[in-house]
Design a protein around this ligand. Structure first.
Ligand code: DI6
Ligand code: FE
Length: 398
C-alpha cells in the first residue's frame, strides 16, 4: 500500500490540550500521527513543501472521546419517559421491573444484526460532532449469550465506521428478575466475563454499585476476576445514593468512577490518590431530574481529573451529543468551558486508559476535529448547534 503523503494543516487556531500555541498554528501529520505542532511561523522548512491545507483560521481540537456509553441496546423507553413526567421516579420504575430490565427484554429479543443496525444512527450522530473514539458497554443481556452478542456488536461498529471502540463488560448492571444477586454474580456474570475475555471482546470491566443493583461486596467479586485477567476496571458509582462504589473504584485503581453525584470529599481524596478519573454524566442528571450535584469543588481542590460523557442509554440518558453534554456540564455543574473541553478529550481518553489520543502533540494519533468557531468556549456555549467542519481520523479527513 502506498504511504499517504505528509500533510500540513496550516493557518489554524489550536486548542492542543498540551503545549499552548498562540497565533496561527500548523500541524504536521505523517503516517496517521501528529509529528509536529506549533506556531505556523516555526514550521520547519523541511516540511514547508508537504501538501498543505489552509484551515482559514478554523479551530482545531483533539477529536472527542465519548468515554461512557450504552450505545448498543434493543428498543426504547419513551413510555417510561411519559411515566416519569406523570410523576414516577427512575428508581420506582426500576423497582417495578421497568428501567434497565425492560431494555434487557428488548435486547434479548433483538438479533445481532438488529442491534448493529439500531446502534449505527446513534454512532453516526456522535461522529458528526467530532467523536473519534468511544466506549460501549454490555449490560442489557444479563445472560451469557446476550452479553457476548452486545460486545461483538460493539466490535463490529469499528469495522463499519472510521472510529475506535473500547468495550466494557457490564454484566453486573442489574439483577435479573427471580434470580438471587449473589448467584447471578457467581454463576452467570463471572463465567460470562471469562468467556467474553477469552474471545477478546473485553477492554475493561464495569459494574453498577447501587441500591437497585449490586453491593460493593458483590461488585468486588467481579473486579477481583477482572484483575486476575489483567483487565482495567471502572464503576457506576454514587449515582442515586452513597453506596461506597467510589472508594471501591479507588481501592482497585480503577480507570474511572462514573456519575458520582453522591460522592463525598473523602471520595474525591481517594480518587485523587488512586489517579482515578471522575466521569460526569450531565445527561443522566438532567433526564432523571437529579438535584444532588457531583462534588465539583472537591474534585478541583484535590486535582481529580474530570471527564464528561453522554452515558447514551435508552433510560436515564437518551443523549447522543457530546456538545450538549458540554453545555449541560457548564450550566448545570458549573464547569468552565475549558474544563468541559478537557473533559471530552484528554480526561476522557484517560478514563479509557488511552495515552495515544485526547491531545494534539507529537507522537499521538492524528484524531482531530476542525470547527467553524473562533474560540474553544463557543463549543460549550451553543445549545443544539453543531459547528463541526471536519473530522480527521488517524490522519484521514472523513
Ligand atoms: N446508570 C445509568 O445511568 C445507566 N446504567 C446505569 O447503571 C442507565 C441504564 C438504564 O436506565 O437503562
Ligand atoms: Fe451508564
Amino acid at each position: 500500500m502506498q504511504r499517504p503523503l505528509p500533510l500540513v494543516l496550516s493557518n489554524a487556531r489550536l486548542a492542543t490540550m498540551a503545549d499552548p500555541v498562540s497565533g496561527p498554528g500548523a500541524i504536521l501529520i505523517e503516517d496517521g500521527l501528529v509529528t509536529w505542532v506549533g506556531a505556523q511561523a516555526d514550521l520547519p522548512t523541511a516540511h514547508a513543501r508537504a501538501k498543505q491545507r489552509d484551515m482559514q483560521g478554523r479551530l482545531i481540537t483533539p477529536a472527542f472521546v465519548d468515554c461512557h456509553t450504552h450505545l448498543v441496546h434493543g428498543g426504547h423507553r419513551a413510555r417510561e419517559f411519559e411515566m416519569r413526567l406523570e410523576g414516577a421516579s427512575y428508581e420506582e420504575l426500576a423497582r417495578a421491573g421497568g428501567g434497565i430490565m425492560s431494555t434487557v427484554t428488548a435486547t434479548r429479543a433483538a438479533s445481532e444484526d438488529q442491534l448493529l443496525t439500531t446502534a449505527l444512527p446513534r454512532l453516526d450522530a456522535l461522529l458528526a460532532e467530532g467523536v473519534s473514539c468511544m466506549e460501549v458497554k454490555s449490560g442489557y443481556g444479563l445472560d451469557h449469550d446476550t452479553e457476548l452478542t452486545m460486545l461483538r456488536v460493539a466490535r463490529r461498529l469499528a469495522s463499519l465506521r472510521p472510529v475506535r471502540i473500547r468495550t466494557s463488560f457490564l454484566g453486573a448492571h442489574a439483577v435479573p428478575k427471580g434470580v438471587n444477586a449473589d448467584s447471578y454474580i457467581d454463576e452467570i456474570c463471572i463465567p460470562a466475563l471469562r468467556a467474553a475475555h477469552a474471545q477478546g471482546l473485553v477492554d475493561a470491566v464495569d459494574g453498577f454499585c447501587e441500591n437497585i443493583a449490586f453491593t460493593p461486596a458483590q461488585i468486588a467479586r467481579v473486579l477481583d476476576v477482572a484483575q486476575s485477567l489483567g483487565l482495567p476496571v471502572k464503576l457506576h458509582a454514587e449515582q442515586l445514593s452513597h453506596m461506597g462504589g467510589t472508594a471501591l473504584a479507588a481501592q482497585f485503581g480503577a480507570l474511572s468512577a462514573d456519575h458520582v453525584e453522591y460522592a463525598t470529599e473523602a471520595d474525591a481524596r481517594a480518587l485523587a490518590a488512586a489517579g482515578t478519573v471522575a466521569v460526569l454524566l450531565p445527561g443522566a442528571f438532567y433526564a432523571i431530574r437529579e438535584t444532588q450535584m457531583p462534588p465539583i469543588k472537591a474534585f478541583r481542590a484535590h486535582g481529580v481529573p474530570m471527564a464528561l460523557a453522554t452515558d447514551c442509554n435508552p433510560g436515564s440518558s437518551p443523549l447522543t451529543s457530546l456538545l450538549l453534554a458540554m453545555n449541560m456540564a457548564c450550566t448545570l455543574f458549573r464547569l468552565t468551558p475549558d474544563e468541559a473541553l478537557r473533559g471530552v478529550t484528554t480526561h476522557a481518553a484517560r478514563a479509557l486508559g488511552l495515552r495515544d489520543t485526547g491531545a494534539i502533540a507529537p507522537g499521538l494519533r492524528a484524531d482531530l476535529a476542525v470547527w467553524n468557531v473562533e474560540t474553544p468556549a463557543e463549543l460549550a456555549y451553543r445549545i443544539g448547534f453543531n459547528p463541526l467542519y471536519q473530522r480527521i481520523f488517524g490522519g484521514q479527513p472523513c
